[in-house]
Design a protein around this ligand. Structure first.
Ligand code: ATP
Ligand code: MG
Length: 424
């Protein structure tokens, strides 16, 4: 065959692979996956071929079908074609039935160099023969798809790596904040010293009036710097009895800076809030994580409310053992959370944000904190209607009688939320 002919047939093969509506797989003689056509990737719900390239093709098949597939591979290696029908879920776990043909591909010397498999989706035909109940049962009983496991494992590792990198950066930033804060404090002291001096020597009212905003700015700067230093020092710590309102108000300036200028922040802490038993550093980091989500959802414009209120035992909160609780909520009037995202919220490493923008651990850490405190997370949101994520944590002193109770489950609700009705 001339080079030209060779190129033409290679192009023809590529074109056939591209237009085919079946799932086509090319394997080496050992059954390792070399190539899959675009439609095949779509049918098998594989997003990134590199996660399965060079993997033994047996990983696609559930345990009970593997002998049939191995038999077909063995026959192909011996130069024989075979066909069979079998159940094999997609990478994402969707139930699918396939009509499969496995063929040997020979070189010019008649040796088997590749093995070719064509899988036609026969799910529709299969479903119409089965009752819906059978289908659900089949799906439930299907073993976890190997491909899905490989993909999610690789994603998990990527996320863990990103998280470690991020944590290391934060650690360095914490050290850096300490020394910068020291310098900023010196600058602020010089400014307030100079203002004091001018006050002493200046005789006219006008100069003294000009100094008032300078004093205010200096004390605001000092407060912010102190909060920043406290924030950089707080980390996971043992639970202690905490006055929530004081903790939230103490971080007010930092929160404002954190969410950015275009977003309006409201703090609403009910009078007479009960104390709670919680690690202050962990609660602070959960609140900032939820604020970060609200800020990202709002994209520079909108409103966020951080609120806290008592939920006495008479309210009998669904999913929680009877008792008094304090509810701490972060509510935004952003685009809300879609039902698909809502269903997965709290899953570790679940994120819809671009690479490097989110690790998918924010809401999960809120769930972990609620679990550790024997409390609960409640999520209220619907597309286009804002989001409200709240922690219900037991009143300090009331936790003792709840320790024996099973850890409550999170409650997720797809209902519209607005800042107005949340603070009502
Ligand atoms: N207030 C909200 N409005 C809209 N979507 C939200 C909101 N809070 C969370 N989400 C959605 O939930 C996903 C998971 O949130 P989570 O805080 O667990 O992780 P993340 O923000 O993506 O990453 P990380 O917090 O680890 O940096 C987000 O990617 C986002 O899609
Ligand atoms: Mg987040």
């Amino acid at each position: 065959m001339t080079d030209d002919c060779h190129q033409t047939s290679a192009n023809l093969v590529r074109a056939l692979l591209t237009v085919s509506t079946d799932c086509l797989k090319l394997m080496d003689a050992d059954g390792r996956l070399l190539e899959m056509n675009p439609c095949g990737l779509k049918l098998m719900e594989i997003e990134d071929f590199s996660t399965v390239r060079d993997q033994p093709s047996t990983i696609f098949w559930p345990e009970e079908t593997q002998p049939t597939f191995l038999d077909a591979l063995h026959r192909a290696r011996n130069g024989l074609a075979s066909s069979f029908s079998a159940f094999c879920p997609t990478a994402k776990g969707d139930a699918r039935w396939w009509d499969v043909t496995v063929l040997p591909i020979f070189n010019a010397r008649g040796e088997v160099v590749w093995i070719f498999a064509a899988l036609r989706d026969a799910t529709h035909a299969q479903m119409s023969e089965k009752s819906p109940r059978d289908t659900i049962k089949d799906k439930e009983e299907a073993p976890p798809p190997m491909v899905a496991r490989l993909e999610s494992e690789s994603l998990r590792l990527q996320a863990v790596r990103a998280q470690i990198g991020h944590a290391e950066k934060l650690r360095l930033l914490g050290q850096f904040v300490g020394s910068v804060v020291h310098d900023i404090n010196n600058v602020l002291s010089s400014m307030s010293g100079a203002a004091r001096l001018i006050r002493r020597v200046a005789a006219d009212e006008r100069t003294l009036d000009i100094l008032n905003p300078v004093d205010q700015a200096v004390s605001k700067g000092a407060r912010l710097v102190r909060q920043l230093l406290d924030f950089s020092r707080t980390g996971p710590s043992e639970p202690e009895v905490l006055e929530v309102a004081m903790a939230i108000k103490g971080d007010a300036d930092l929160m404002r800076h954190f969410i950015g200028h275009g977003v309006q922040l409201e703090l609403n802490c009910e009078d007479g809030l009960w104390p709670i038993l919680v690690s202050p550093g962990e609660l602070q980091s959960v609140i900032f994580n939820l604020l970060g989500n609200a800020r990202d959802a709002l994209d520079g414009e909108g409103r966020v409310e951080v609120s806290a209120r008592n939920r006495p035992s008479v309210e009998r909160l669904r999913g929680l053992p009877a008792g008094d609780y304090v509810e701490i909520a972060v509510t935004d009037n952003g685009p809300g959370i879609t039902p698909e995202v809502l269903a997965r919220l709290g899953e570790p490493f679940f994120t819809t944000k671009a690479k490097g923008k989110g690790t998918g651990l924010g809401v999960h850490s809120a769930f972990e904190l609620a679990k550790a405190c024997r409390g609960m997370i409640e999520i209220n949101s619907a597309s286009g209607m804002g989001a409200r994520i709240s922690l219900h944590l037991p009143r300090a002193g009331a936790a003792g009688d709840m320790m024996a109770a099973a850890a409550p489950q999170p409650t997720v609700q797809a209902v519209p939320t607005t800042i107005e009705n949340a603070s009502a």
